[in-house]
Design a protein around this ligand. Structure first.
Ligand code: ACO
Length: 324
């Protein structure tokens, strides 16, 4: 039985960075009042990247994938499977994975999208791991790509300041050396309403509320209660302890949630990879964006133990423990 190992990482951000102050000034012209101070204090976010119309989920995902393929030294034609975690596909179908496959020329790959909102990338990593361990794929491209700005109600200050756009990717390859050690996926559909885009497509139009809606406090409470628990479940599967973790790479929604989780696990804040200040919440893209940043700036080294965590709409949450 092979392990699934991360062979290369990549990421992509839209060209336009928007600071809190710029956003606050722009929103003020629509009568929506917010401030840099409020956003930083409550969330840790200082800026986010917002996509132009041509910076689609497919375009950002393809750019991140090319960077990951290049880092891995793998040709697109060698990829057996592409899994794209996204809740903002460019079209209902074909899947973003198929559109990215065409962009890359990954002609030998199967391709599908996976939707678990902000847990999507960690879910997708687990799915890819299963394909590799079952011998069904040798090289898998796992992408988290989102253009959440398309789902935002810019009149709703409680949500529109929180999110950004971007994409991250990894190439996973079959290896005799340990890579992914354990995955734990969780969901609770009874909490569907705390974070939702409730509108439905009918007769060519969206019926009902078309934008993202969130009960921020309920999401906050759920996130802080489940994240350390699922991390411990994952450690238990691998027969490891929290103190063996070198880097914690959680979904980047709110700095207070991330700090609380690190503390509960007995990890130092310096072991947290944090990108929420620069990127905001990029949903399924946030974990691979953070991973790629810390790999490229040299913090994450080969042989180190990483805990990746997602949490979000559904409600869904998940952890993956791996040797990089
Ligand atoms: N600017 C200024 N004031 C604001 C803003 C804003 N952007 N948004 C809300 N406020 C006001 C509110 O109206 C409220 O005013 P009031 O007291 O006069 O009624 C006040 O600020 C406090 O609002 P709260 O909602 O109580 O603020 P809270 O401290 O809970 O912070 C936040 C809100 C940041 C959303 C927090 O609850 C949070 O981070 N929750 C988790 C969100 C999260 O992680 N979401 C992503 C999940 S991942 C996914 O799947 C997408």
């Amino acid at each position: 039985l092979s392990y699934a190992q991360i062979l290369g990482t990549g990421s992509a951000l839209p060209t336009r960075a928007v600071t809190n102050q710029q956003l606050a000034d722009e929103l003020a012209t629509q009568g929506v009042i917010t401030s840099d101070e409020w956003i930083v204090e409550r969330t840790g976010i200082r800026q986010r990247y917002l996509a132009n119309p041509d910076e689609t989920t497919t375009a950002l995902g393809s750019q991140a994938a090319r960077a990951a393929l290049s880092a891995a030294g793998i040709a697109a034609s060698e990829i057996d499977l592409i899994i794209v975690a996204t809740s903002t596909p460019d079209q209902i179908f074909p899947s973003t994975a198929c559109l990215i496959q065409a962009e890359l020329g990954a002609v030998n790959a199967a391709a599908f999208d996976l939707q678990a909102v902000c847990s999507g990338f960690v879910y997708a990593l687990s799915a890819a791991n299963s394909f590799i361990r079952a011998g069904q794929a040798r090289y898998v491209l796992v992408i988290g790509a989102e253009v959440f700005s398309r789902l935002l109600d810019w009149q709703d200050r409680t949500t529109c300041v929180l999110f950004g756009d971007g994409a991250g990717a990894v190439v996973l390859g079959a290896s005799p050396e340990p890579g992914l050690l354990a995955c734990r996926l969780r969901a609770d559909g009874r909490q569907a309403k705390v974070l939702t885009t409730a509108g439905r497509l009918a007769k060519g139009q969206i019926e009902g509320h078309p934008f993202l809606q969130m009960d921020g406090q309920a999401v906050f409470k759920l996130a802080v209660t489940v994240l350390d628990k699922v991390a411990r479940e994952c450690l238990e599967i691998a027969g490891m302890e929290a103190k063996q973790i070198d880097w914690l790479i959680p979904h980047q929604a709110n700095i207070r949630i991330l700090q609380a989780t690190a503390k509960k696990l007995g990890l130092d804040e310096s072991q947290l990879v944090l990108t929420v200040a620069e990127h905001g919440n990029t949903s399924a893209a946030s974990v691979p964006l953070a991973l790629d940043k810390a790999v490229r700036d040299g913090r994450i080294q080969r042989g180190q133990t990483l805990m990746l965590q997602g949490v979000g709409g559904g409600f869904t949450w998940a952890s993956t423990l791996l040797i990089y």
